[in-house]
Write a protein that binds this ligand. Structure first.
Ligand code: RIB
Length: 327
């Protein structure tokens, strides 16, 4: 099989993690935590997920000219990621995230964006060739919105599939959504983007339809342990897909892993349902370990995990028939 060819544009952070019995409330101090440091950042996690899932991956990002930036860069090189489109900013620090992880595996994250916020459209445009030569461009929202919008436009014009993970949640301009092929919000992000509260399959469908009306081709709403709901304009597919049981240690980066793995599976030619199962498997594996990048599985692990799962029932919703092409 030919290697998938993916470009990721986005953030890189160093995660400062405290494992603590529960997430503290405002004004509260909790003692007894355990500290660790790990590579993170939604963009970097997606790039690492794509690379470990087997894609030839390049990452467009901005780091500070500091020690944390050096460490992040060394990690990308170790994962075989093409780092030629990563620039360094001498004026700002590399991104940092402070993360509390509770005993139940939930998290609360605050981010000091630093150099991620300095990835301007002008800097990104120097990477236009790296966007155009990919099969798929994967992005999230930890870098400036005008940069994400400009990159989506470059990709769309070049026929490169655009996957946008709209996290952290924020409203998006209609012009950006029109350039997005696959949008992957969680319930909260979906609600912010279309006003529909996602609580079950019916409301997932309603939210997905509303988002497709805004110009998105495919909507995949990620539902945590409930799996994902997918709606695809072209084929008429509407389906809830369960995820796989996994013991949650830390859910940090599960969404990022889902997106990186999804891009690889689609670029390899898997259909949407199989690609989502592959992405669900990668995300399930990631929640069983602490930390963002330390928890990201490699291809062998994903394939072995999937091989042990019960096969899914075939899709019930008949896909819309496409007219036969005239010869
Ligand atoms: O999605 C998880 C990521 O969000 C963490 O790695 C942290 O850096 C924040 O960007």
């Amino acid at each position: 099989m030919k290697k998938a060819n993916i470009t990721v544009l986005g953030s890189s952070n160093t995660d400062m993690i405290v494992q603590i019995q529960r997430i503290p409330g405002p004004g509260e101090t909790l003692l007894g935590g355990k500290f660790s440091q790990a590579a993170g950042g939604k963009g970097a996690n997606q790039a690492v997920a794509a690379a470990r899932a087997g894609a030839s991956t390049r990452f467009i990002a901005r780091l500070g000219a500091d020690m944390l930036g050096d460490q992040a860069l060394a990690g990308f090189v170790k994962d075989g990621i093409d780092v030629s489109q990563i620039t360094r900013d001498p004026k700002v620090a590399s991104g940092v995230a402070l993360i509390n992880v509770s005993t139940a595996g939930e998290n609360a994250i605050t981010v000091a964006s630093g150099a991620n916020a300095a990835l301007t459209p002008a800097i990104m445009k120097k990477s236009a060739a790296a966007i155009k030569k990919a099969q798929c461009l994967v992005m999230q929202l930890e870098t400036p919105l005008p940069t994400v919008a400009a990159a989506a436009q470059i990709a769309k014009k070049a026929g490169v599939k655009v996957i946008l993970n709209p996290a952290p949640a924020q409203k998006l301009p209609p012009a950006l959504l029109k350039n997005v092929d696959i949008l992957t919000p969680n319930e909260h992000e979906a609600r912010l983007l279309c006003g529909v509260a996602v609580t079950d399959e019916a409301s997932s469908k309603k939210a997905a339809e509303a988002l497709m009306k805004k110009g998105v081709g495919t909507v995949i709403i990620t539902l945590g342990k409930e799996g994902a709901y997918v709606a695809d304009k072209q084929t008429g597919l509407r389906r809830h897909l369960p995820t796989y049981p996994a013991k949650r240690v830390d859910s940090t980066a599960a969404g990022d892993v889902f997106n990186g793995a999804l891009a690889v599976a689609l670029a390899e030619g898997k259909d949407l349902v199989d690609a989502i199962c592959f992405a669900n498997a990668a995300a399930s594996l990631s929640i069983m370990k602490l930390g963002a990048q330390p928890s990201i599985p490699c291809r062998k692990q994903i394939d072995a995990f999937l091989a042990k799962q019960k096969p899914l029932a075939p899709t019930k919703t008949a896909a819309k028939k496409t007219k036969p092409r005239k010869r």
